[in-house]
Each structure stands twice: as structure tokens, then as C-alpha cells.
Design a protein around this ligand. Structure first.
Ligand code: ZN
Ligand code: ZN
Length: 164
């Protein structure tokens, strides 16, 4: 299934060279945790805590190498999701090709567009220039709109409650 060929690599510090398959090199760097089923990467990591392995002289994500070695090509356009949420894990069974990021992004974009088209808040106040407060959000397009009238009323209610 794998598209990797054997590589000529340095076997010893004395400079003896030989052929080793990527799979062999991969397996030497993996520690299997039998409790979780995770294959823990014991070699280099990238800046985000993902395992990293040099293949054909280029650094590659170890979990991507794992998938290609044991499962097959990663479908174009899909990214591999760690089902176990353990970034250092390279177990092929814990990896699933998903379009989640893309889907999520599109869904949020769609919501953002729908909001842009709305001319009134849910209480019927107009989203006019004076009545609209633009706020930063943690999700979606990163910008949201708040109706000033509703906000003022919420604040008033909260103050009354706090005062009583
Ligand atoms: Zn895992
Ligand atoms: Zn309103």
C-alpha cells in the first residue's frame, strides 16, 4: 500500500551506509501504549507537539507517514484527525481522514453570511449604523453584531436584579 521506497541511510556514527525501509525506521521510533492503544512517537516533534520524521530528506508529520505506511494514501484534500486527541500518537487506527475543518469553516461562513443579511435583531430593532455594536467573536467570521437597544435593556435588567 505504501508509496515509500527503501532509503539509503547512515547506519552508524562511523558512517556505514545501508538501506532501510521507512517502515523499519518508523517502527524503531514507536512505543505502543497498550492501555490506550496509542502508538507514542519517541523521536523528534514539531513545534505543535506532533511527531516528525525525515523521509527522503524532508521532515514529514509522523502520523501522516503512519497512515501512508499502514492504511494507504491520504485522500486528497482531507486531513487526518486524531480520534484519541493525543497529538504524539501515530496509531493508524486512531487516525481518520476528515474534512471537518473545511466543513466547520464553511458552516461558520454560512452563519456569518446569514447574519449579514439580517437587517433587524431578534427583537425587531434595526441593525442601523447607530444601533449596531461590532464585537469580536471567538468563532466564525470573528466579527459579530450586537443590538445596542437590546444590550442596554439587558444591562438595565442585570443592574435592577443586582440592586434588589
Ligand atoms: Zn492514539
Ligand atoms: Zn435589539
Amino acid at each position: 500500500m505504501s508509496t515509500y521506497s527503501a532509503e539509503r541511510i547512515k547506519l552508524t556514527t562511523l558512517g556505514r551506509w545501508g538501506l532501510k525501509s521507512v517502515k523499519q525506521r518508523f517502527q524503531e521510533k514507536v512505543y505502543v501504549d497498550f492501555d490506550s492503544g496509542c502508538w507514542l512517537w519517541t523521536a523528534a516533534q514539531d513545534g505543535h507537539g506532533y511527531g516528525q520524521m525525515n523521509v527522503d530528506g524532508r521532515p514529514e508529520k509522523a502520523y501522516r507517514v503512519a497512515y501512508r505506511l499502514y492504511v494507504g494514501e491520504i485522500p486528497a484534500g482531507l486531513s487526518l484527525d486524531h480520534l484519541c486527541r493525543n497529538r504524539i500518537c501515530v496509531a493508524p487506527e486512531h487516525l481518520e481522514p476528515v474534512t471537518l475543518a473545511e466543513n466547520t469553516r464553511r458552516q461558520l461562513d454560512a452563519v456569518g453570511h446569514a447574519n449579514d443579511l439580517k437587517t433587524h435583531c431578534r427583537n425587531g430593532h434595526p441593525y442601523s449604523e447607530e444601533n449596531t455594536l461590532h464585537v469580536k467573536t471567538k468563532v466564525g467570521t470573528g466579527v459579530g453584531r450586537v443590538c445596542r437597544i437590546c444590550r442596554a435593556e439587558t444591562t438595565k435588567r442585570y443592574r435592577n436584579k443586582a440592586a434588589s
